[in-house]
Design a protein around this ligand. Structure first.
Ligand code: MN
Length: 735
């Protein structure tokens, strides 16, 4: 229960804030109808009444503060009203239906979007987090006001974070740095981004925050003196040149200093742009004139001059940047831009928000286009880690600026290659690119591009993307286009192979595939947890299941008649060996990073445990494991993308046994066979088969035995070689 006195105090506080809100709206958008806002205020006052925030303040203060931030962004009445109502569905008995009835479709739509984002838990498992981010991106594309309200909401929550428990503080601060800061950055909202990041930094890493803060504080007095003296010098020169401009200076923000220190492993004194000066001019021409004056006064630091006016950043930021050094050796950064550019840099997408004054500006369209593209590019990314890392590249573009031969600027993430460049031009150019000329010279496709490079892509119509490219490209656009292509084409091939395999297997049992009904294919596909018959064929083609298994499920009679368990397409001897001695030893080998692939030891080299092996993805029969010395490997590896890393699994339970065949070349004398078998059985080795041929007093003895590993085999070979009359022992690759 609240007392009358408390009620009164609450009213005074909130009414004062509401008046301020109306005043600010009137200042920024005098033509907006504030009735909607007044109604929203009264509505949320009614439903949040009696609720308190962690700070002890009446809850209503929060929506009011959020609305104030929005009014400061010059947002329209619809957005401000939605800001006032943003927590009402989440925290009161109100439903979206009520909001729609009272405030109309637009407000309801925005409140619904904000409520959805609020329910997202960004600290959840990675997959979940990726999915949630995706939802947020979709909400942004739907109506950007949703995200602007969310940013205003987050800003006020960060400003009042001190009232929460430390674990909540950490979680919210991390989310702010991971998600809301980057989004504000991408939308060009420098001011909000700066405040969000510094607050996030303060709560997430209080020790580092204090350290950087102290380092800056101890230099502040000297720094301010320094800045005011150089400001003075510059103002005089500008006056002399007849240029009207606003000069201001500041010490860099703590979070951006912190990031520089971490990244470059330097001390605070080595940060080039610890001190920053900003010159706001009346025209673009003046910007370049000021740059000339600055470089006349102080020596520029090589490589630090950046013309973001001619080449705006992807978030449309425009400015001239340069770092200079005074004669005393102090460096500072100067940013030069027009008033319009400055407003854009501070407010970003909010700077041009004019729902009532006509269509969205071309620049906003460009920003929204970016958002749509990101959502589009990320649509096919199923790996959450990859989604997050590519999203981070998109949100924090550390970009290089390259050019087409015709002078068009192509902005790419750092370390991009000609392949990235090609995909930015056009998907088809990407798919068919075979080489590139950078600044007139031929370069390999994995060449890293630098700012200023002029890139000419060479294409060949029949050329196709390669899986290797995935390891080279940096832009998510290129990456996703390549993956998409590979998925479609590999799948088609796998389906084809799958069909052939089943057909071949079926013919062994004299079954015609025509007799199998579509419904049966689907039934078996569903049994494997696959959606359709084509998925089943693809899985067969990739070697996940054997054709015999699948056929067994389709036609159980065939299974009953089948000779024995084993892998299809074995030679007759192979099947016999399997039947007699049982068991394949493929389980002894593991494919790195994959669990469900069919693995078998290649019959050409028959590798045994301990030997260096390599896997090769066959067309439709799973992974063949070869000894690294196998002559076939060299021939097979012309398709390097089919090579796969395999390793011997840990020995579990009964020791595995690999059949190995040896040929012993020896004298044909009495007792020779007995001596050989004695050496073998002394080392507790099973002999599966033994046979001999004799000719002119010489004998060839062929022995098939069960070998545990390479060491075991070598000790037997050595033992046999020591027998008098044995000339040579050779391992036959085929058993
Ligand atoms: Mn809120």
């Amino acid at each position: 229960m609240t007392t009358l006195r408390e009620q009164f105090a609450t009213n005074v506080l909130t009414v004062t804030k509401f008046r301020e809100l109306l005043r600010r709206m009137h200042e920024n958008r005098p033509n907006d109808d504030v009735e909607l806002v007044r109604k929203a205020y009264e509505f949320s006052q009614r439903y949040h009444s009696g609720q308190q925030r962690a700070s002890g303040e009446p809850y209503l203060v929060h929506p009011l503060e959020v609305a104030l931030v929005l009014a400061e962004m010059k947002m329209d009445a619809v957005a401000v009203a939605a800001g006032l109502l943003h927590d009402s569905v989440e925290d009161t008995v109100i439903t979206i239906v009520d909001i729609r009835k009272e405030f109309g479709e637009q407000v309801a739509h925005i409140v619904e979007g904000v409520t959805k984002i609020s329910q997202i838990d960004f600290s959840s498992r990675e997959e979940q987090q990726a999915e949630n981010l995706r939802k947020m991106m979709l909400a942004m594309v739907d109506d950007i006001r949703v995200v602007l309200i969310k940013l205003a909401d987050r800003l006020h929550n960060m400003r009042t974070l001190e009232h929460l428990q430390p674990d909540r503080q950490q979680k919210i601060a991390k989310e702010t740095l991971d998600i809301y800061g980057p989004i504000a950055h991408r939308l060009g909202m420098g001011k909000i981004r700066g405040e969000l990041e510094d607050l996030g930094f303060r709560y997430l890493d209080p020790i580092a925050y204090d350290q950087v803060g102290e380092a800056v504080e101890s230099r502040r007095k000297k720094g301010e003196q320094f800045l005011s003296s150089v400001e003075h010098v510059l103002r005089d020169k500008l006056k002399e040149a007849g240029i009207t401009a606003n000069v201001e200076s500041r010490i860099k923000r703590l979070y951006s200093i912190h990031k520089k220190l971490l990244k470059q492993r330097i001390s605070v004194d080595q940060v080039y742009d610890l001190y920053a000066m900003r010159v706001i001019t009346r025209s673009v021409q003046d910007c370049y004139a000021v740059l000339g004056i600055v470089h006349n006064l102080w020596r520029p630091v090589p490589g630090r001059i950046k013309d973001f006016i001619a080449m705006p950043r992807p978030n449309l930021y425009q400015s001239l940047h340069t770092s200079v050094i005074t004669e005393e050796g102090t460096s500072f950064e100067i940013q030069i831009r027009t008033e319009e550019m400055h407003r854009m840099a501070e407010e970003g997408i909010a700077a041009h928000w004019k729902y009532k004054d006509g269509p969205v500006s071309a620049q906003d369209e460009q920003r929204l286009a970016w958002l749509r593209q990101v959502v589009e590019w990320q649509r096919d990314v199923s790996d959450p880690n990859e989604f997050l890392s590519t999203l981070k590249i998109d949100l924090y573009p550390e970009e290089v600026y390259t050019f087409t031969p015709k002078g068009k600027v192509v902005v790419l993430p750092r370390e991009s290659t000609p392949i990235d460049f090609a995909y930015t031009i056009h998907t088809e150019v990407g798919h068919t690119c075979v080489g590139a000329k950078v600044n007139g010279r031929m370069v390999p496709l994995r060449h890293k591009l630098h700012s200023g490079d002029i890139v000419e892509i060479i294409t060949q119509p029949a050329h196709k993307p390669s899986r290797d490219w995935l390891g080279v490209v940096r832009s998510s656009r290129a990456r996703n286009k390549i993956k998409h292509w590979l998925n479609i084409h590999q799948r088609e091939r796998a389906i084809e192979i799958g069909k052939k395999l089943v057909d071949k297997e079926a013919r062994k049992y004299r079954i015609s595939l025509k007799d199998i009904k579509d419904g049966d294919w689907l039934r078996v596909a569903l049994e494997y947890g696959l959606g359709q018959a084509d998925d089943l064929m693809a899985a067969l083609g990739y070697g996940k299941y054997s054709a015999r298994q699948v056929l067994g499920k389709l036609a159980p009679a065939a299974e009953a008649e089948s000779p024995a368990t084993g892998v299809e397409d074995e030679s007759a001897i192979g099947s016999v060996v399997r039947r007699v001695f049982g068991g394949d030893h493929s389980s002894a080998i593991r494919v790195k990073g994959q669990g469900d692939l069919l693995v078998y030891r290649a019959r050409c080299c028959n590798p045994i445990r301990g030997e260096a092996v390599v896997g090769y993805v066959t067309r439709g029969k799973g992974v063949a494991v070869h000894s690294i010395d196998c002559p076939n490997v060299v021939n097979l590896m012309y398709e390097p993308e089919r090579r796969i890393d395999v390793e011997w699994g840990k020995e579990e339970g009964a020791p595995s046994a690999f059949p190995v065949k040896l040929t012993v070349f020896c004298d044909d004398r009495f007792g020779m066979l007995k001596q050989i078998t004695a050496v073998i059985s002394d080392s507790k080795t099973n002999i599966r088969n033994i046979g001999a041929r004799t000719e002119n007093g010489q004998a060839n003895v062929e022995i098939v035995m069960e070998i545990e590993d390479l060491k075991h085999l070598e000790s037997i070979i050595q033992g046999v070689r020591k027998i008098p009359g044995v000339h040579d022992v050779q391992r036959l690759q085929r058993v």
